[in-house]
Ligand binder design. Sequence first.
Ligand code: GAL
Length: 919
Amino acid sequence: MRLLAVLLVLLGVVTAPASAGPRHQVGYDRYSLTVDGQRVLLWAGEFHYFRLPSPDLWRDVLEKIRAAGFNGVSLYFHWGYHSPAPGVYDFTGVRDIDRLLRLADELGLYVVARPGPYINAETTGGGFPAWLKTVPGRARSSDPGYTRAYREWLDRVNPILARHQVSRGGSVIAYNVENEYAVNVDPEYVVDLQDRARAAGVDVPIVHNNCCGGYLANWSSGRGAVQIPGVDDYPVGFDCRAPDAWGEAEGVTRRLREDAPVYAAEYQAGAIDLHDAGYGACRDLTGPDYMKVFHKTNLVTSGATMFGYYMTFGGTSWGWLPQPNDVYTSYDYGAAITESRGLTPKYDEFKRQGYFAATVAPLTKTDASDAPAPADPAVATRARANPDTGTQFVLVRHADHRSSADVATTLDWATPDGRYRVPVRVRGRDAKVLLAGYDLGGQRLVWSTSELLTHTDDGGRDVAVLYGRAGEQGSAVLRYASAPTVRVLAGDVRSSYADGDLRLDYPHTGLARVLVSGGGRRPALLLLGTDEEAAKFWRLPTSAGPVLVRGTALARSAEVRGDRLHLRADTAEAGDVEVFAPVSRLSVGGRAVPARRTPAGSLVAHLAGPAPVRLPEPGPWGYRPEQPGAGTGWTTADKTTTESPIKPRDLPVLYADEYGHHNGAVRYRGEFTATGAETTVTLNAITGRRGIYLVWLNGRYLGSAAGGTEADAEPVNPDAGRGEFAVPPGLLVPGAPATLSVLVENMGHNDDWTADDTRFKQPRGLIGATVAGAGPVTWRISGSRGMDERGPLNTGGLHGELSGWHLPGAGGDWRRPPSRVEPGVSWYRTTFALDLPRDHDVSLALRFAPARGYRALVFVNGWNVGQYLGDLSPQRDFVLPNGVLGRHNALTLAVIATEPVTPGPVELVALGNHRTGGF
Ligand code: GAL
């Protein structure tokens, strides 16, 4: 059935339906994007569908992104993920991008579509299919060979993106050509990319993400210019070993065109773990302090109204997705949402900033303006104002953005409603965006030293949440025609009224609640809390306008029907949920829950936490070794030419890609007639970082060596991935046939950031082989052809992979494992049954004990969920996406040992357990 569906789609017989929503017109000016003339502040989180091979979980993650206040997602589309070979494309199952876009349409998330063709993204080949390495012509140029190849991809992906445009009732609001195309540039190529998109019906603005803060060649004017040039910026870089070391860069997005909005296309929201510090450290580097100082500085200084936060959920570079030199299997990225889909303190900070951005409409149109002067120069201020409403946005932080001092001072603040001396404090690494002259629903906010989280219209009254750092003093001034009635329901809040100003002063501790009525305005409920209290709120859109929910681990969505609020929410523990909405009854997860009315006019109900989870211990294990020279589908390696700029010193060309073996292991068999004078085997292999190769001669293990990452072009560096192996005396008999067996574990393909082919077209596998003292050697090669039903990047070329040992129910002779295994490849497999509570979201991982001397490919139900690298990477937990798990599961490990080892234990662990209203 599936095959038939694939065929029909490939043949173009069946096309997925177009989007069904109402059509809208997308425009822009120097301030912002517009939809039907209404200004939009695009607050998008980057998400990679290919790093979550479970379409059901796309909904989970996109709902979490939306619940944090994002109104959009930035989506790369990965050519190599869809195409195992020229002319062959798959858009089904985990590759069903039409389904992904339908989901974005349904959730009301705008999409910045980023189909490359080159995407970088620390993925194999930077998103290029490996077969492109054998195509003549420089990639990322207008060379005809490359052009033919990328048009294949664009001609398939563009129509899908086009039918999901906002202009056709869908969610795609902008189309990103190429990626950080900055060196070795070719404008004709960029022109063609845009022409292709337009010819496919793309009518939304075309954008480009310029690298390096926008200081290299950019596409904002001249031939190849795009409509909205954006800027990528990673101001604190990628050295997670020193999470507190911020540099001088402030990360302020440059304006590249006067007639287009400022676009922070990729703004750092996490980091790759370049130096193996572990993603926890990357999360610290880019944690809430960083987000406060850098994200807010950028917001107020640049006036950007288009943002893509990279990454919001990183996910897993499963199978052969990783680009090996910068990352390992996990692409957690230290992001706000963890690889196991958990929410972090960074998520809370995104909520605090995102709800503000989603609420305060004047932010969509601002100009730089005079900032109120601080009395103490250790504090710096910057400001923007909306030219139509006068609303001011004032950034308050340390003059040196890296300072962690505690400074209290006053601002001399000329607000739209009068001049004030306003006390402010900056304690530690912090920044605040303070508001003045803002029409907050039916209230007038004159100024406040608390930051505004959000406000809603709760059936004719305003509910507003303001917050500040725990222990700091806060003040807010609101304007009334006459003294209003102030009732403090909770907290230590002092109020005074003079000359039209109601002033509230309070410490930020817990959550204070203040009812204000009279004074010539509609009533208001002011909720004044700490950062932590603010993060407990959820702002959910409903057909009756946004509502506020407080509590639960996650509130996914809400719907008002009659006098009842229908909430979908997850709990991580038992506790209360409080709802600020014009309703009197509550349902959660489709079930009515008893709720009581509070003095604040809200409803409170108690929700159960999750049931405990019991996980099985994997085992007993079956074991099956690969013979050293094993292989399948051997072909003669006899090529004499290659499109790679790296030319071999000796022929034949042994590069794996030349023989169609693009992923994982390749095996070589070198045959010769022994002379008896052989002394040393010298090999060079290029594998990508952390790759290895193992060598046997006549079945005797000679040892292993690390593969190289790159070989210089001319001449090939003799030390690139070099290994020397002594031929044991007496092993070879003069005149007798001898066989050299080499297993090369390749790690994926280099990217093409420099657009010059010298990185991307680096070979994989052997690039040089000599047996000193031997006569001529003939070579054969065996490897994967990437035609796995789980996609082109699922399986490599281990004999067991080629023979289906990784698949559930694989037959053959599986025995009791020995206590120690010899160097080479050993397969282990077991099954486990899961009995997880219903209506729960349990995120599982396979945890390895620390070990060295071996690595292991991890297969769950045939899916390659990653590669454990022992002490060569910090990763020990391998997240198992729910979609590949069932009640009964097969777990298979391909252990590649370079020395005799006893592979360590593995265990199943739950990284999250939530009772959920379903997703
Ligand atoms: C950017 C690039 C992204 C990703 C990021 C680092 O330069 O556009 O694709 O590679 O760096 O994670």
